[in-house]
Design a binder for this molecule. Structure first.
Ligand SMILES: CC(=O)SCCNC(=O)CCNC(=O)[C@H](O)C(C)(C)COP(=O)(O)OP(=O)(O)OC[C@H]1O[C@@H](n2cnc3c(N)ncnc32)[C@H](O)[C@@H]1OP(=O)(O)O
Length: 208
């Protein structure tokens, strides 16, 4: 009964006592499965993907996370279509991590939903909390990025390598640094530049 209360508090973003969940340890199956995935031969991609689909709460078409990966629960992560995450990512999903379609994640990206009270006396009670993370469609997260609890990254945006994201990222924006700041908006010129590169590539490919 207490375990269920604490678990629901956790998902609601309210204070909860992790140690009351831990005796039964609802997060252990996900951790064990992640360990199993990390031991699979890297060339056995079909099996890796099959196990990753069991680990996460939801996955879409064309999905792959390059091991090793780490989770807290695993089943609190939901991912859309066309998802790729490079190696060594950490999904600390004590609250939900909701990721849209066409999202690219670089190596060593940390999704941290968990936090502890600022006040030391309350922190010492063992009470903690977690807020959800949302990554909207078409986002690219560079390597070694850390995303903090409660953050939303808006559609089409890019998080530069090494950023610590402490505030929501608006859509169509490039951010970088620690704390992450807006570098610039993604513009019509970017669109034109990359469309031209794409056309060039296709012409060269066709002429081979
Ligand atoms: C899915 C995967 O596996 S991804 C593989 C791993 N690859 C990566 O992580 C690469 C991520 N890429 C980056 O971080 C790139 O630098 C990008 C996408 C942010 C570049 O964006 P652009 O707008 O083209 O940046 P550009 O190079 O023109 O630099 C613009 C400014 O932003 C700064 N900047 C660029 N990247 C970053 C960054 N990661 N953090 C902080 N500042 C940055 C530049 O220093 C420059 O500053 P200035 O105007 O003061 O000189």
């Amino acid at each position: 009964m207490d375990q269920e209360f604490e678990y629901q508090q956790m998902l609601a973003g309210e204070l909860y006592l992790a140690s009351s969940i831990l005796p039964e340890n609802r997060s252990m199956p996900g951790k064990i499965l992640a360990q199993k995935i990390n031991r699979l031969p890297i060339e056995n991609r079909a099996e890796i993907v099959a196990q990753e689909r069991k680990l996460f709460g939801k996955t879409g078409d064309n999905f792959y996370i390059k091991p090793p990966l780490s989770v807290c629960y695993g089943n609190h992560v939901e991912v859309g279509d066309n998802f790729y995450a490079n190696l060594d990512c950490i999904f600390l999903d004590i609250n939900r991590i909701v990721i849209g379609d066409n999202v690219l994640v670089g190596p060593r990206v940390n999704f941290y939903t968990a936090g502890h009270p600022i006040d030391a006396a309350v922190r010492q009670t063992g009470l903690e909390f977690g807020y959800p993370i949302v990554v909207e469609d078409n986002v690219w997260i560079g390597g070694s990025v850390t995303i903090l609890p409660g953050i939303t990254i808006g559609e089409n945006s890019i998080v530069g390598a090494g950023a610590v994201v402490t505030k929501d990222v608006p859509k169509n924006t490039i951010v970088g640094g620690n704390p992450a700041r807006v570098i610039r908006k993604i513009s019509a010129q970017d669109h034109q530049f990359w469309q031209e590169k794409l056309t060039q590539y296709r012409q060269m490919h066709a002429s081979k």
